[in-house]
Design a binder for this molecule. Structure first.
Ligand code: IPE
Ligand code: IPE
Ligand code: MG
Length: 238
């Protein structure tokens, strides 16, 4: 069965606006992050009906360490709690979870939970949920280049073989198709170092909704607009 071209197979989301959502309610930023985390599940659950097989969400960037120690520590605690609480139900819903980003800077207790969830859901065949945690596109590309250089040095790779098909095998996303659609919430029209290589030909949707207000209905509306787009990939329509 060929996939419906009006439906994106892979949707990536820059989940932005948690802080402003909390500020509007005169609450601390972490209150917004907790509200935002609750939304992820609803969006994952909406994927099968909408024809989305891969969902990738940006949870923490390599630049987010610049935030206050209180916010960073609160976020790390939230990630651990989220994995502990949601692991079983994600597994029961046949979701396959993966993490991308550099794990070296993350605390071992969090990395253990991430590894555990990946392992637990490794055989699942439903929605592929990828969580970008301590992820930066430039960081990913430079880590990939480092590994590739190492392979060349060891004689495992001939430099003449390096091309746009072989290079992505060194990226964190090597098993994932490129995103068809990248959504950013909260009204900011920038990509903030997300999936730089992979979204070369993605469609973009910048929407004003703050992430904690992003519902399955909003998601369905965005996908309906995607269905009206004309993707040419550099070619001239015949
Ligand atoms: C996105 O929301 C979540 C993370 C970056 C962790 P923000 O925290 O960036 O929210 P705003 O942009 O300040 O409203
Ligand atoms: C991007 O949002 C990162 C995540 C959503 C995790 P930011 O709020 O960190 O991006 P900037 O600072 O507005 O570019
Ligand atoms: Mg932000």
């Amino acid at each position: 069965m060929t996939a419906d071209p009006r439906k994106p197979r892979h949707v990536a989301i820059i989940m932005d606006g948690n802080g402003r959502w909390a500020q509007l309610r005169a609450r601390p930023r972490l209150f917004g992050h907790h509200a935002g985390a609750k939304r992820v599940k609803e969006i994952v659950r909406a994927c099968p009906d909408l024809g989305v097989k891969y969902l990738t969400v940006f949870a923490f960037s390599t630049e987010n360490w610049k935030r206050t120690q209180t916010e960073v520590a609160g976020l790390m605690k939230l990630f651990k709690r989220y994995i502990r609480r949601e692991a079983q139900s994600l597994h029961e819903e046949n979701v396959r979870v993966r993490f991308i980003g550099d794990r070296v800077r993350l605390e071992p207790a969090l990395v253990d939970l991430m590894d555990g969830l990946e392992l637990m859901t490794a055989e699942n065949s439903g929605t592929n949920l990828t969580i970008a945690l301590n992820y930066g596109g430039r960081d990913e590309v430079t880590r990939a280049a480092r590994r590739l250089a190492h392979d060349v040095k060891l004689g495992n790779l001939d430099p003449r073989e390096i091309c746009d098909e072989t290079f992505p095998r060194y990226l964190d996303t090597y098993v994932l198709p490129d995103p068809d659609l990248v959504i950013r919430t909260s009204g900011e029209a920038r990509i903030s170092n997300f999936l730089l290589w992979q979204s070369a030909y993605a469609e973009y949707e910048f929407i004003d909704t703050l992430w904690p207000d992003f519902s399955a209905d909003v998601f369905a509306d965005v996908l309906a607009r995607y269905g009206l787009r004309d993707r040419r990939f550099g070619a001239v329509p015949v």
